[in-house]
Design a protein around this ligand. Structure first.
Ligand code: 13P
Length: 256
């Protein structure tokens, strides 16, 4: 079985043109292991510049560009929104969907997340579907119920077979930007649950879906996390703003 590994940088509302340049030069000549993709997700205004600079800098085809959000609508009167076709026109290939910050600050529901995943898949882009429990939910042993309730609406809307083109990022909310990483054992157990949950619907698809871990991943803990059997890379926030540290994290990823 081969399952690709992915290291995705989520810059959130950080970064600038200077970071686009620094990142592109830092990733020139990076030595990635087999079957690894790197995806850089800056804020929308920098997508085009990143694609152009990546091409001009001859970055490896394994390094791709992603957006942090997209509209579930095709086009129309939706002020402030960006469509999948617009992203495609810019040669963007991935879209982060349902990040916990969008779920909590912008009230995105799992139903809306499912619509967005559907729109992204229909356009031929790859969704990075984020799921994760809060600290209170973990403390009250609701983690599995919460993750199932975030996954099921997407499975219902797009069908499990389409998950062959989906990347899932498990990001425990309590580990995001806090420095509190889930232990590699806890992360593995949760990833195993997610894979088993998908396997109930389709074993073959479940075995192939890349499951990324996100939440305070850094150069010092990435190797242990990525060595876990069900962890196929990471979704990196803070550490992805530091080119040298991000590079170390990318080099640690390995396809399984
Ligand atoms: P940090 O790596 O800063 O904890 O952020 C994780 C995250 O939210 C990535 O999407």
């Amino acid at each position: 079985m081969t399952r690709r590994a992915i290291v995705a940088a989520n810059w959130k509302m950080n970064g600038d043109l200077a970071l686009v340049n620094t990142m592109v030069s830092s990733l020139t000549n990076i030595e990635l292991q087999d079957n690894v993709n790197v995806v850089i997700c800056p804020s929308s205004p920098y997508l085009s510049e990143l694609v152009v600079k990546a091409r001009a800098g001859n970055l490896s085809a394994a390094i791709q560009v992603g957006a942090q959000n997209v509209s579930e609508h095709e086009s129309g009167a939706f002020t402030g929104e960006v469509s999948t076709q617009m992203l495609k026109e810019l040669s963007v290939e991935f879209v982060i969907i349902g990040h916990s910050e969008r779920r909590s600050y912008y009230h995105e529901t799992s139903t809306q997340v499912a619509h967005k995943v559907n729109a992204v898949l229909k356009s031929g882009l790859t969704p990075i579907l984020c799921i994760g429990e809060s600290e209170a939910e973990r403390a009250t042993e609701q983690t599995e119920t919460v993750l199932a309730s975030q996954l099921q609406p997407v499975i219902d809307e797009v069908g499990i077979e389409k998950f062959i083109d989906v990347v899932i990022a498990y990001e425990p909310v309590w580990a995001i930007g806090t420095g509190k990483t889930a232990s590699s054992k806890m992360a593995q157990e949760t990833h195993q649950f997610i894979r088993q949950f998908l396997a109930q619907a389709n074993e073959n698809v479940a075995a192939k879906v890349p499951l990324l871990y996100g939440g305070s991943v850094k150069a010092s803990n990435c190797e242990e996390l990525f060595a876990q059997p069900d962890i196929d890379g990471g979704l990196i926030g803070g550490a992805s703003l530091h080119a040298e540290q991000f590079k170390v994290i990318c080099s640690a990823a390995k396809g399984k």
